[in-house]
Design a binder for this molecule. Sequence first.
Ligand code: C2E
Ligand code: CA
Ligand code: CA
Ligand code: CA
Length: 284
Amino acid sequence: AKAAGKDCAALFDVAMRDEQGERIRLLERLRAAVDAGEFAVHYQPIVNLDNGTPTAAEALVRWIPPGQAPIGPDRFIPAAEDSGLIVALGEWVLRRACRDAAPWYQRWGTTLTVNVSPRQLIDPHFTRKVVSALRDSGLPATALTLEITEGVLVRSGGHAQQALVHLSALRAEGVRVAIDDFGTGYSSLAYLRDLPIDVLKIDRSFMPAGNGHGDGDAQQTALVRTIVDLARSLGLTTVAEGVETAYHADLLRALGCDRGQGYHFARPIPAPELAMMFAETVIV
Ligand code: C2E
Ligand code: CA
Ligand code: CA
Ligand code: CA
């Protein structure tokens, strides 16, 4: 038994070292990819549920190594966050997205949303970087929404304080703030009332799996209704994520949710395709 235990420990060591090696290799490749400009920003429309018209687009980063299929952010954002690389990458995404979205805003009045990682919000220069990206692109501050996750503003200590200072300063400029993946965190509801936010994005895990008659659909619907009512009573705009079916869109409209985003409307697509979609669907 002792020998087996020892073998297990040795195996575990190898697995650990391998995982760490894997992470270091990924990080090296990511650093090189930033220098080589292998990133792209794709966009997914956010649709007004009352009339089906796109009102905004969310910027979603992609890593496209030459000759390979795009790599999704879930596979590299965590490593970029741990290493701090997200600060440079996030700034690049913001600048790229503002440049893409400025002419869309001019032509169709559509706005832009950009994901911001917690690491970016403890950068003392974050406010200045956002203001500079807006100025250089010509996109007005009122046409930009920053998406942050629930935890960012309620963590204790200086980090939440620094994030609050940035978001308050940016809101004073006209930038809006959205809580992303709402309902998946563990924070108190009081922050919805007290903190500088404008939009709630309801996490896609709350969408009913079926067409309203399946197991758990009633509970899911009740949760979405509760979130929408809560947001409305606080004067926040609601956006539902993961709208995959016409049933989802109809249900959300009936519940009074303002906007929807999901495969039912469109997948994330490159900038030229999104511009084509806006040209065809937005009535000016
Ligand atoms: P997120 O911010 O919650 O973005 C929505 C994700 O859901 C996107 O995945 C999108 O492709 C996917 N999605 C959209 N509609 C549907 C649907 O109807 N059904 C399902 N099942 N999924 C849908 P993506 O592009 O792979 O991004 C994953 C996550 O990576 C994002 O989740 C966000 O947290 C992070 N991310 C993406 N771009 C950036 C970025 O520029 N900066 C930072 N910090 N994070 C980013
Ligand atoms: Ca998001
Ligand atoms: Ca989300
Ligand atoms: Ca999500």
